[in-house]
Write a protein that binds this ligand. Structure first.
Ligand SMILES: Nc1nc2c(c(=O)[nH]1)N[C@H]1C(S)=C(S)[C@@H](COP(=O)(O)O)O[C@H]1N2
Ligand SMILES: [Mo]
Length: 411
């Protein structure tokens, strides 16, 4: 197996980092400093990005015109093309809601655990916080991310926010669901667990008990602070690697049972129709996937010269092992360097140095996870699931760099 390359000093030195003449054109002078005092410190502020960065925002999904305000059922997406590293700032985490964002007072919130358990119990937030706590970095992806199965509505001006923005990554903090289930005593016949939210959506999903006892968490914090209201404040179920929908927000009830509950969200929704007329149900785990975020749709290249191609890769089945990058539409591939940390069920940042000669190029990335699963081509994915499948699109995506330096979606 080829090891991913490292960005060594020698490789960097060998490439001309700047467009010729960039520094020499200006006189070498110390850039001017401020002569006046800066803005005073607001001692009780909650910080905001620099005014010139405030265009980096979530927005509605493509398809129709972008809308400033959505109804209570909708999604808004993360600006992946503007972000660095792997962590999504809380104010930019994507949002998917089926009945708006409920306002829940934490001191009144309760979690009921019942069904096939020895001791049905109700927990307050204070009681939940007395369990041992864990923090883990994980991605969260809506299984409806990347609406690219049917080409009719796809437009070349879509950005990475449009194609992949129902995806975020955060450090999630809470308790291990296994510890809570030990407290109530799961009966041996219990194979499934219903999770229900307190919002008006009546969001309910059946989760295998095996997952609940494995790495499931009940979270109250993301990236060091309390969950945002839109992410499920004060409590959400977090199932690493599972499709976004199963990560029930505003969690109020867990019920253990022998059989799955066959709720709306796992029958008429979140199933996939296969070519033979059967449906793929309980398609929980998000498949291996990647996208180049820089350069990506809507960005412009500027003058020819050195560019770092950079993007993110992830898999719900474990850690990313390898990311290959092509600049010629898949004719040839090179191993990208994987930026530490490379964690299971988490975004991994990859990077590849590239000398752009000013000619048209077709940039694509292909991820492999630790199970050996390789991200499929669009043709291979469609051949497997057919043209009427809806969720879990994970095919390789290409960005077209044009001669005048614009970057467009090429699918
Ligand atoms: N109670 C409740 N939980 C929910 C939802 C919801 O509408 N209500 N939406 C689900 C869907 S479809 C997704 S993709 C994720 C999105 O999580 P986020 O809004 O924190 O990004 O939450 C899931 N959990
Ligand atoms: Mo979703």
């Amino acid at each position: 197996m080829t090891r991913p390359g490292r960005l060594t000093r020698r490789r960097l030195a060998a490439s001309a980092l700047l467009a010729p003449g960039a520094a020499a054109a200006e006189r070498l002078e110390v850039p001017p400093g401020m002569r006046e005092q800066g803005a005073p410190l607001d001692a009780t502020s909650y910080g905001l990005p620099a005014p010139t960065e405030q265009g980096v925002r979530r927005r509605s999904r493509p398809g129709r015109e972008y809308q400033p305000i959505l109804g209570t059922a909708g999604s808004i997406v993360t600006p992946l093309g503007d972000l660095d590293g792997i962590v999504t700032p809380n104010g930019l985490h994507f949002i998917r809601c089926h009945a708006g964002i409920p306002a829940i007072a934490p001191e009144q919130h309760r979690l009921l655990v019942h069904g096939l358990v020895e001791r049905p119990l109700v927990f307050s937030m204070d009681q939940l916080r007395r369990f041992p706590t864990v923090s883990r970095l994980h991605f969260l992806e809506c299984s409806g991310n990347s609406p690219l199965y049917r080409t009719a509505r796809i437009r070349p001006d879509w950005t990475a926010q449009d194609t992949h923005g129902l995806l975020s990554c955060a450090e999630w903090t809470g308790l291990r669901l296994a510890d809570l289930l030990a407290e109530v005593g799961v009966r041996p016949e219990a194979r499934w667990m219903l999770a229900e939210g307190a919002d008006a959506a009546g969001m309910t999903r059946s989760i295998p008990v095996a997952k609940a006892l494995d790495d499931a968490m009940l979270c109250w914090a993301q990236n060091g602070e309390a969950l945002r209201p839109e992410q499920g404040y004060p409590l959400r179920l977090f199932l690493p690697g599972y499709e976004g929908n199963t990560n029930v927000k505003w969690l109020r009830r867990l019920k253990l049972a022998a059989e799955p509950f066959m709720t709306r969200e796992e029958t008429s929704r979140y199933t996939g129709l296969l070519p033979d007329g059967t449906a793929r149900q309980f398609n929980f785990t998000m498949h291996v996937k990647s996208v180049i975020t820089r350069p990506s749709g809507g960005q412009s290249m500027g003058a020819p010269g050195f560019r770092e191609i950079s993007g993110i890769a992830w898999s719900g089945f474990g850690a990313i092992r390898r990311v290959e990058v092509s600049v010629d539409g898949g004719a040839t591939w090179r191993d990208a360097a994987l930026q530490d940390p490379v964690l299971p069920k988490c975004l991994t940042r990859f990077r590849l140095p590239w000398q752009w000669d000013g000619q048209p190029a077709l940039l694509a990335s292909r991820a492999t996870d630790e199970t050996g699963a390789v991200q499929p081509s669009r043709e291979a994915l469609l051949a497997e699931v057919g043209e009427w499948f809806t969720y879990h699109y994970n095919a390789i995506l290409a960005w077209k760099v044009t001669e005048n330096g614009t970057v467009q979606l090429a699918v």
